[in-house]
Design a protein around this ligand. Sequence first.
Ligand SMILES: Nc1ncnc2c1ncn2[C@@H]1O[C@H](COP(=O)(O)OP(=O)(O)O)[C@@H](O)[C@H]1O
Ligand SMILES: CC(=O)OP(=O)(O)O
Ligand SMILES: [Mg+2]
Length: 419
Amino acid sequence: MSPAHPSSTTPSDEPRSTPSRVLVLNSGSSSVKYQLFDMRDGGRLATGLVERIGERTSLVRHTPLATGGEVRERTGPVSDHDAALKAMAEELAADGLGLDSPELAAVGHRVVHGGKRFTEPTVVDDRVLAEVERLIPVAPLHNPANLTGIRTAMALRPDLPQVAVFDTAFHTTMPESAARYAIDVRTADEHRVRRYGFHGTSHAYVSRATAELLGKAPEEVNVIVLHLGNGASASAVRGGRCVDTSMGLTPLEGLVMGTRSGDMDPAVIFHLMRVGGMSADEVDTLLNKKSGLVGLCGDNDMREIRRRMDEGDEQAKLAFDIYIHRLKKYIGAYYAVLGRVDAVAFTAGVGENAAPVREAAVAGLEGMGLAVDAGRNAVRGDGPRLISPEGARVAVAVVPTDEEREIATQTYALVGKNN
Ligand SMILES: Nc1ncnc2c1ncn2[C@@H]1O[C@H](COP(=O)(O)OP(=O)(O)O)[C@@H](O)[C@H]1O
Ligand SMILES: CC(=O)OP(=O)(O)O
Ligand SMILES: [Mg+2]
């Protein structure tokens, strides 16, 4: 692929090497996170985020790792995703790492909903854009932001491959018995109602990294992955392939999350509409944005919930107990689905940092071979680590996820293959 523009970062008299940088965009409903990688050595050149998009106090934070410069941070209104991506492009350009760089090989995008069709990372063309757009009704918080990210990057660098890496892809191996809801088959098929699952890039990465931690090949191990971030999901991975996951048609099903309810009797919705007089949109907002931990106790950050619990706050304690109860149910369910479990891996913001959550989730499961060693659980660290006692039948581990690196790896592999 030939670069479109000359760049200030590469003196014109130097021979140009094959482009080896990948920019990864993870656009959420109100934030854009980005990372720039040099794929020759896997080094991170820059990372950044734009938060609270659409508010007056949006935050832009850029960390120029390549130059070793100071973290740059500013607050002020960033009106929409388009503006957020322009802010990102400016920050990168200020470090000589702009999108016009001939060293950029591709942009990798996290796309949350890819339906049933996309089982692999895919170079974006009009057909892909149309399909991601068609799926907006089942990922209203995520797919529109993902599309804006792709379109803006395309406008800035029309010559560059844009690669979509789908949250749903890893889960397409689920058997029909796990993927189907027990509803009328014709209605389900007509409206493509089935369980797709999300956070797949993280579940794939963490299940592989867990096998590595155990010194085994992915094909040899069965792992339960607990991705506990603001959005949260569990998966059952047999020999490297996903056989069940807790999120469904949309990222609302399953575990208790920061702002989402997770599982409940679907009749709650009819009840709220018929008896509570709420509209479909109001119930949607209630369950996606005002439920979960924030709905139960007013806070969605596990740090704040633990702090309140330390002060004897009963509401925070109940929210924590409900969160843990659901988590434990999924561990049990996936143990049964897998039959044999080699490891349970905790990951994402809560899973990697909240030792009390890990301890409580596994408490009482000694009969299943699951236990946490208090000393090991209390150790803070960056890398994958075991927290189960020596000689435990089932390994319990903390395995930090790295969705951006995984997206970069998949993007670079695909672009390399196509060249
Ligand atoms: N030190 C910590 N202790 C407990 N919980 C933490 C800690 N750091 C982060 N978290 C939790 O992680 C959440 C964010 O997780 P993250 O995986 O970054 O979410 P997302 O990618 O969905 O935005 C926070 O809302 C908070 O609940
Ligand atoms: C799919 C999903 O829930 O993503 P996130 O955790 O980034 O909101
Ligand atoms: Mg996340």
